[in-house]
Design a protein around this ligand. Structure first.
Ligand code: PLP
Length: 361
């Protein structure tokens, strides 16, 4: 073959979500950590498309104003992205010279090593402890070539989180030229007192970037909208790398409404909490092992009983119309990650799980 991509790109595989094949509208999708309640109903009632023939603003002052207002932030330190995925990528492209190192955690979000490799950097893995990121291992992995550390808190796909105290230990132990990318994609689901959503970290440390998304709690995954909070200096750098119109005008309008709909926020938070409790309880009754999760999904172990393996289970669910995510790419082949669905979808998931377990007898 004459046409070849860059060496670092040769080894990459395209991200493969599990969205099913045909008739996917009839399938129950518990594979992408989406919001089972959809998005704020106010969005569906009020968005108009009257100006989609015009380019969107490069830097939407209106949406940034609403975000800053909600979280009491400095507007100049906010940058929007086409999903937080875009921000994850442009951070790598902005700060990694060829062969510079970026650290991510063993079971950290897969887009991190992808973005690092695309940017020509070297991804360095810091081992987890018990499916939880280890700050000690991250610190040990820092070398003179390290420029970035990507850390999701809570983490996808494990659902585990690190306390503020632990994060502070990390921040206080990294050199000032190394940037911590603190990905708080699931922050809105958290009410643990020991948790930090990262805002204070950014206020106190120039080398921290906090990432947020509208795809999960706000239910706008299809519109692709995320944002970062970081120093003005970093915003300026990221703006010079970002595509000029990567955030579209419909996403901006929807984001403004989403951020202000407190009733919908309350409903989503409580729904997730009670569904998680119900799911844990059902799994306990079946004596099935899972990782305690603080987000809107749960990692369930499918091994250790009657020769079960997770792929067989995934295929059983799929035949019964339910999509879940196998964790082979994360090197967690005994697990399936299951997003919480509506109450009825969760009930169907458990009913199918019981059928699967009974079929093994
Ligand atoms: C930890 C984490 N960060 C970022 C993202 C990407 O979100 P977005 O849809 O905003 O690109 C996800 C999506 O699954 C995620 O789990």
């Amino acid at each position: 073959m004459f046409i070849k991509p860059r060496k670092s790109v040769l080894k990459l595989n395209a991200y493969k979500p599990n969205f099913g094949k045909k008739n996917s509208n009839q399938l129950i999708r518990l594979s992408a950590n989406e919001n089972p309640l959809g998005c704020s109903p106010k969005i569906l009632n009020s968005i108009n498309f009257s100006d989609i023939h015009k380019y969107p603003p490069q830097h939407s002052k209106d949406l940034i104003f609403e975000i800053a207002n909600k979280y009491k932030l400095n507007k100049k330190k906010i940058i929007l992205g086409n999903g937080s995925d875009e921000l994850i990528s442009i951070i790598a492209q902005s700060f990694l010279n060829f062969d510079d190192e970026a650290i991510y955690t063993e079971y950290g979000f897969l887009q991190y090593p992808q973005a690092i490799a695309v940017a020509g950097g070297k991804a360095v893995v810091a081992k987890d402890n018990d499916l939880t990121a280890s700050v000690e291992n991250i610190i040990k992995s820092i070398s003179k070539f390290t420029r970035l550390i990507y850390l999701a808190n809570p983490n996808n796909p494990t659902g585990t989180f690190l306390s503020k105290q632990t994060i502070l230990k990390l921040v206080n132990n990294i050199p000032r030229h190394v940037i911590l990318v603190y990905d708080a994609a699931y922050a809105e689901y958290m009410d643990e007192e020991s948790y930090t959503n990262g805002i204070n970290l950014v206020e106190n440390h120039e080398n921290v970037i906090m990432l947020r998304t509208f795809s999960k709690f706000h239910g706008l995954a299809g519109l692709r909208l995320g944002w970062a909070y970081c120093s003005e200096k970093i915003v300026k750098i990221l703006m010079s790398v970002k595509g000029p119109f990567s955030v579209n005008s419909v996403a901006i309008k929807a984001g403004i409404i989403a951020i202000g709909d407190k009733n919908f926020h309350k409903r989503c938070f409580e729904y997730n909490k009670s569904n998680m409790k119900w799911m844990e309880n059902e799994l306990n009754k079946l004596s099935i092992t899972y990782q305690k999760s603080f987000a809107n999904f749960i990692l369930i172990k499918f091994s250790g009983f009657k020769g079960v393996n997770a792929l067989k289970a995934e295929s059983f669910f799929s035949k019964n119309g339910i999509l879940v995510r196998n964790m082979k790419v994360y090197n967690l082949p005994e697990y399936l990650r299951v997003s919480l669905g509506t109450i009825n979808e969760n009930k169907l998931f458990i009913k199918t799980l019981k059928k699967f377990v009974n079929n093994l007898q």
